[in-house]
Design a protein around this ligand. Structure first.
Ligand SMILES: [Fe+2]
Ligand SMILES: [Fe+2]
Length: 224
């Protein structure tokens, strides 16, 4: 097998691995590569492959870059942005689970809604104490950062109401649904507007991630 054949075998495997590791990043990477013609998608084999056999030098160069990225990513799974995205996905899953509960599942509803509230409280605290101040300093976009804080404050009010209620009370479900919608909107702004700016700002995201992980651990002990 020459290097090109090997590469063609490895690329799909790499993308599959990357997808398992971080679906969001993998999807963006695949899209980027499709758009720039670095990777083509073969609908018959359902594999990603090199665009054109004559373009091997460019592909080899790009493949090395992809490989380096992968190696880098494996060692930086705990960077600040990966940690926050992981939290976002977990909370989204919990909201989905809540939606699936029947009106009679009072105990499960209360348990799950309280778990959601705790997870969001810890997440917001980690962002406000460590991530946001570092980002505000680095990206110089005060409007965006102020907006995020106001959205956190609105979510906290709703969280406090939900925590003090039980599922049999009027508006309980509605409050959980509105919280879910507010969080969806907030997460979209963070992931689409804030994080791309953070990635370009040259912050030490691994170091920041370490501090965030430590604080999260402390806060989780406090709330449990
Ligand atoms: Fe967040
Ligand atoms: Fe946030």
């Amino acid at each position: 097998m020459n290097w090109k054949e090997k590469t063609l075998c490895l690329v799909p495997r790499f993308l599959a691995d990357l997808y398992r590791y971080n679906p969001h990043t993998a999807a963006v990477e695949i899209l980027k590569r499709l758009l720039t013609g670095i990777v083509n998608y073969n609908a018959t084999t359902k594999y990603f492959c090199a665009p054109c056999p004559t373009d091997t030098a460019r592909f080899k160069e790009q493949y090395i870059a992809i490989y380096k990225e992968r190696t880098h990513m494996n060692t930086t799974a705990n960077d600040a942005i990966s940690l926050l995205i992981k939290d976002h996905r977990e909370v989204k899953e919990m909201f989905k689970k809540y939606e699936g509960l029947t009106d009679r599942s009072i105990v499960s509803k209360k348990k799950l809604a309280d778990q959601i509230c705790q997870a969001l409280t810890v997440h917001a605290e980690v962002e406000e104490q460590i991530f946001y101040p570092a980002v505000r300093e680095a990206i110089k976009d005060d409007d965006l950062m102020d907006e995020s804080l106001v959205e956190h404050a609105a979510a906290k009010e709703l969280i406090a109401e939900i925590e003090n209620m039980n599922p049999e009370e009027d508006l309980y479900d509605a409050k959980v649904t509105v919280l879910s919608e507010q969080i969806d909107h907030h997460v979209e702004e963070e992931e689409k507007e804030m994080f791309p700016q953070v990635q370009k700002a040259g912050l030490d995201l691994v170091e920041l991630g370490k501090k965030m992980k430590a604080l999260k651990k402390e806060l989780e002990i406090d709330v449990s």
